[in-house]
Ligand binder design. Structure first.
Ligand code: BTN
Length: 269
């Protein structure tokens, strides 16, 4: 992929299925934004649901836990979609996992085979991060809730800049799929998000559990989990029905609803 194609609104729309075209009521493509999540959040809340925003570059891309998301120009995907849920906040805890499954499926449909999800919503290939998701929700505890679902996929990363800007192992899609089209991937991502968000609204996380198990990159792995002020150590045994990480410490199995997971490399790695 020597020269990445520019993002093209009409090309993205023309490659989306009918359902996604109907549900994505506004598709905005910008040359530059501070952050696609922030830009969506600046819209009146009534205009957010169904609006998707993409940018060629982000000057203040945001990651989880207040981190920066390195967002150089022209080669990666930075996208946010707004969605309204008629549900209480307490029922949206699995939403980050649903977004990760959507991104994973879009990548599978693009031809990628060796990616897995690192709970809650990092997509990894060969132990390196390919994609991150930032889910931000506002609204009444009893609902409705307005969610902004941000997805960043490294497609064609300038490697010398990235190596100094990113403080964890990373990879990009061109390493694994040299012929990937950004516009096609954006269309697939929107299709997969739209299909899953409606299902999640109706049926909760249960229909996604089997898929999660197939894509789970942590099951059976030894990990450290930074949760609050402590770091927990154990073996991941999966997730529970609310999407919490199950960590077997050798003494008990803990259900963790948040935390930063570091995988401990197996001896042979
Ligand atoms: C993470 O893994 O820390 C989450 C990264 C999320 C990055 C995406 S890029 C599009 C959207 N806009 C942002 O500012 N962040 C998300």
């Amino acid at each position: 992929m020597p020269n990445a194609e520019l993002l093209d609104r009409d090309l993205i729309l023309s490659q989306m299925d009918q359902l996604a075209r109907k549900q994505v009521t506004e598709l905005i493509v910008k040359a530059s934004l501070d952050s696609t999540n922030s830009a969506l959040q600046r819209l009146p809340v009534t205009q957010q649901s169904g609006t998707a925003i993409l940018a060629e570059l982000q000057t203040a891309g945001r990651g989880r836990r207040g981190r920066q998301w390195f967002s150089p120009k022209g080669g990666n995907l930075y996208m946010s979609l707004g969605w309204c849920f008629n549900k209480p906040l307490s029922e949206l805890g699995c939403l980050p996992l649903v977004v990760a499954l959507s991104a994973a499926t879009a990548l599978t449909r693009s031809g990628l085979r060796n990616h897995r999800i690192k709970w809650p919503n990092d997509l990894m290939v060969d132990g390196k991060k390919l994609c991150g998701c930032l889910v931000e929700i506002q609204g009444d505890a009893r609902g409705p809730c307005h969610a902004v679902l941000g997805v960043g996929i490294n497609i064609q990363m300038p490697s010398s800049e990235a190596s100094s800007a990113i403080d964890q192992p990373w990879t990009d899609l061109q390493t694994w799929l040299p012929e990937c089209s950004r516009n096609r991937l954006a269309a697939l991502l929107l299709e997969e998000l739209i299909a899953r968000l409606s299902l999640f609204s109706d049926k909760g996380f249960t229909p996604f559990k089997n898929h999660w198990e197939r894509m789970d990159g942590l099951k059976g792995r030894q990990v450290d989990v930074a949760a609050g002020l402590e770091t927990l150590h154990g073996t991941v045994s999966g997730i529970n029905d609310s999407g919490a990480l199950l960590l077997d410490t050798g003494v008990e199995t803990l259900s963790l609803h948040s935390g930063e997971v570091s995988i401990i490399p197996a001896c042979s790695e």
